[in-house]
Design a protein around this ligand. Structure first.
Ligand code: ADP
Length: 432
């Protein structure tokens, strides 16, 4: 039966049922009148029989019309049951229809999968067992108002479901309505995860800012007190304060860059830029650091321009992070190689690949999958000592995502690390 072409008995049953009662009464009245006319029945007896027939035909209708029936919908005719069952089965979220006692009348496949303990004709309270859900169900039955509760599922992974209990009127066999409860489950897990990530991010960012701030105020106290007249200590402390202030500024810069890139993540840059001079500019800018760390930087770049659709400022940040990391963490290798090649990805997409390779201590394999998480560091102390914020590779990943590129990280412990930024080649090979 099509749900959008409802039967009249399901949606407007009273006129039909009343008409049937009237026909029964008319037929009974005529039959009794004939019997009285032929002297087969006294008028008094005929009147008594008619009253009994009228009561039998009308009283159930009356009782159900004022909603005093104790019947539940399991007595509804098969067509109506099939429609209710089809509606519950067709709901995209897990859904369960309960009678007024909380017994399961219908449940869809999603609900059966979510809570296998739920069974037809059994109390939902026994299957769901949560005091919060039982209270919400009891209140919804008592007040005829919707109630919400949280349903937690731990197998196979943690899931948070919002449970909404909505009282719904369902037809009864005699045409009245009975109050049933429609329980629907809505998955809130992605929202919760985002909320947890946001809370973690705020906690991490505040912690990272508070550490240099605490150092700064400590040194200010010392300079105002015990070291007031100590010129040598003052020089040293001012140097440390300068480094801490620089770190704070860098952290704020990285946070702002990250949020800017995230905001425009869905808008792919459409300007063609030549990537070669960008890499050279970054390498030139980092020459003082390379000299300070005694690292030789070998650059192998093509003479011809190599264009990609890109954002110049973001590309500068990206290469700066990769080359600076190689100089900071791979300094012990004494050498860093920066090269560019044209290649084809596994899916056959022509790519521009920029490789930054160092020959330092490398990274243990267990850290590789987490390196691009915000604030993730292999060694927090080492990163802080180098003025790191733990946001660099996260920024690199976001910039590459925006450019529809990808980051490859390969490392052999004790034999250096290679970070490769892959960009799709521009369709028109002209330099910007
Ligand atoms: P940070 O600001 O700490 O440098 P990044 O996100 O740039 O943050 O890097 C995350 C961590 O990855 C670093 O703290 C470091 O432990 C590790 N790392 C990054 N680049 C290298 C590298 N070339 N060699 C070894 N470890 C690296």
């Amino acid at each position: 039966m099509a749900i959008d072409a409802p039967s009249s008995t399901f949606f407007s049953p009273w006129p039909d049922r009343l008409r049937h009662s009237a026909i029964i009464l008319l037929a009974a009245g005529l039959a009794l009148a004939v019997l009285v006319a032929f002297g087969e029945l006294s008028l008094l007896r005929a009147a008594a029989v008619f009253i009994c027939i009228a009561a039998a035909a009308l009283v159930p209708w009356r009782l159900h019309n004022v909603g005093t029936s104790r019947e539940d919908v399991r007595g509804v005719d098969p067509v109506e049951t099939a429609v209710v069952s089809a509606v519950v089965a067709g709901m995209p979220d897990p859904a369960v229809l309960l009678d007024r006692a909380g017994r399961v009348i219908h449940l869809n496949a999603a609900a059966a999968q979510l809570a296998p303990a739920l069974r037809k004709n059994e109390l939902a309270q026994f299957a769901l067992r949560s005091p919060e859900i039982i209270t919400a169900l009891r209140e919804a039955i008592a007040t005829s108002e919707s109630r919400r509760a949280t349903y937690l599922d731990h197998v196979p992974v943690d899931r948070w479901m919002e449970l909404i209990i909505t009282p719904v009127p369902v037809p009864t066999p005699f045409g009245g309505t009975d109050k049933c409860m429609l329980m629907t489950f809505h998955d809130q897990t992605p929202l919760r995860r985002v909320e947890e990530m946001r809370a973690d991010f705020v906690a991490n960012a505040s912690h990272e800012l508070r550490t240099p701030l605490a150092a700064l105020s400590g040194f200010i106290d010392t300079l105002q007190g015990p070291a007031r007249d100590d010129a040598k200590a003052r020089e040293r402390f001012l140097g440390i304060m300068h480094a801490q202030a620089t770190r704070m500024a860098r952290l704020i810069d990285d946070l702002l860059s990250l949020s800017r890139v995230e905001l425009s993540a869905h808008v792919r840059p459409d300007t063609l830029v030549d990537i070669v001079p960008i890499i050279r500019q970054v390498a030139d800018g980092l020459e003082p650091l390379a000299r300070e760390r005694q690292v030789t930087v070998d650059i192998e770049l093509p003479d011809a321009p190599v264009s990609i659709a890109g954002d110049r400022e973001e590309l500068l940040r990206l290469f700066e992070n990769l080359i600076e990391n190689a100089l900071k963490y791979g300094a012990s290798g004494g050498r860093v190689m920066v090269s560019l090649i044209l290649a084809t990805s596994g899916e056959g997409v022509p790519e521009v690949r920029v490789m930054v390779r160092d020959f330092g201590p490398g990274i243990a394999p267990e850290h590789l999958p987490r390196l691009t998480e915000r604030f993730y560091r292999v060694d927090v102390g080492d990163s802080r000592a180098q003025g790191g914020t733990g946001l660099g590779l996260s920024l690199v990943k976001h910039i590459l995502n925006r450019h529809r590129g990808r980051l490859l990280i390969e490392s052999v412990p004790k034999n250096g690390a290679t970070f490769t930024a892959c960009f799709p080649q521009a369709k028109t090979p002209t330099a910007a």
